[in-house]
Design a protein around this ligand. Structure first.
Ligand SMILES: [Zn+2]
Length: 403
């Protein structure tokens, strides 16, 4: 590669402001969900990328070391269902950087997430926040965003009706396929990189309105033309059928009206290569949570790919332990959960060559725990550091003592 071209590539990469040198020393390292853990291992990151990993790796002079003898280290975790839409984030373009960093730490990075997927919010918030993170001013995760979600005509969900009127007015409810296509194009122009559809909108607790298939299909087509994944909140059978018929890629939640979802439908979803984000914590107080857990586990057994997500930001309690607890109750092993957190989303977002596992040449995104989830599922929540491209973006120690 010619030096000039390489330089241009570096300039265009969003990683430039994060890329740092760091050596994590003496840790137990799980390179991937299928790899045997290696004790007393060292990971060396240079200019944001992993350049060495293993036992007996020496740290080059000048590289900052992070002694980590009691650490358990994984590739950076993904949370594929969050929202940056809370009131405190509304002025993301003007808030002090350290305040935003703290909010993002509380919300996601102190839970170990180095990449998050914002599955619908307002571009003013998320795109501003992302810009400030990417400039290096605010410490935060890599963010994918859906921009505003699309709703069926005249069918906003009851649980968002309390939003300020000026925000509600921004929510598209396209009446025609052409309007839906235009709404997706507007989102893309505003900086979104996935599409979010409410194919089963819960307008009242017992009243779910499906999105017309032709409207969903038009929205999906524009997303796919731009190489974007399409996420859907499907809720029940009707909403799930719309998602299946229109070509949706990812169910943002397990369908919660489980009595309508039979094995045959789950098999069809798997055959369509749909992925699912369980978001079990969201349903954990529902009377049918056991049924939702069983549905998610069956989908997985039938070959369906699951990705980790918590609906953080819609849920204002950011604690992730309940999600890990529910996944364990559903029957998932630590190996399954680690795949949901790392390899599965990296593959689904077509970045598995750079993310999702610890290997030379990949990004230096690491989630460092203080306990081993192989023996305790809740240890996934015992986060010591979140490291993005060699830079510590959240540290449990400094938060505890620095407040
Ligand atoms: Zn959500």
């Amino acid at each position: 590669m010619r030096p000039l071209f390489l330089f241009a590539l570096l300039l265009s990469s969003s990683s430039v402001t994060h890329a740092q040198d760091l050596a994590v020393v003496g840790a137990k390292v799980y390179a991937s969900p299928t790899a045997t853990p290696v004790d007393d291992a060292t990971i060396v990151i240079r200019a944001g990328k992993i350049v060495a990993v293993g036992k007996h790796v020496s740290v080059p002079a000048g590289v900052k070391t992070l002694p980590c003898a009691d650490c358990v280290v994984f590739a950076g975790f993904w949370n594929t269902h969050v929202h940056f839409m809370e009131a405190k984030g509304m002025d993301a373009s003007s808030q002090p950087a350290d305040k935003l960093t703290r909010q993002v730490q509380e919300m996601v990075t102190l839970s170990g997430f180095t990449t998050v997927v914002d599955t619908a919010s307002f571009p003013d918030i998320t795109v501003s926040l992302r810009r400030r993170i990417e400039s290096g001013e605010v410490l935060g995760p890599r963010i994918y965003t859906a921009g505003v979600g699309l709703f069926p005509p005249h069918a906003l969900p009851y649980y968002i009706k309390g939003l300020p009127p000026e925000l509600l007015a921004q929510l598209p409810q396209p009446d025609t396929p052409a309007e839906a296509a235009e709404d997706v194009r507007k989102n893309i122009a505003a900086g979104s990189d996935i599409v979010k559809l409410f194919t089963g909108s819960i307008v009242e607790p017992e009243h779910i309105v499906p999105m017309p298939v032709d409207i969903a299909t038009a929205a999906v087509a524009v997303g796919h033309e731009h190489g974007q994944l399409v996420f859907a909140h499907t809720t029940n059978l009707a909403g799930t059928r719309v998602a299946m018929q229109s070509g949706v890629d990812v169910l943002a939640h397990a369908p919660e009206v489980v009595e309508e979802i039979d094995d045959n439908l789950l098999h069809q979803m798997v055959a369509l290569h749909m992925s699912m984000i369980p978001t079990l914590k969201l349903f954990s107080r529902d009377s049918n949570i056991a049924g939702i857990r069983a549905e998610v586990f069956k989908f997985h057994q039938f070959g369906g790919v699951l990705m980790f997500g918590t609906d953080t930001g819609f849920l204002q309690d950011y604690d992730v332990k309940e999600e890990y607890h529910q996944l364990a109750l559903a029957g998932f092993s630590y190996y399954d959960v680690l795949a949901m957190l790392t390899t599965a989303p990296a593959q689904r977002f077509h970045v598995a060559d750079q993310e999702g596992s610890i290997a030379v040449g990949k990004k230096g995104d690491l989630t460092v725990l203080s306990a081993d989830p192989a023996s305790d599922p809740l240890a996934f929540a015992k986060v010591r550091y979140a490291i993005r491209e060699g830079k510590v973006i959240a540290s449990a120690a400094t938060t505890a003592s620095g407040k």
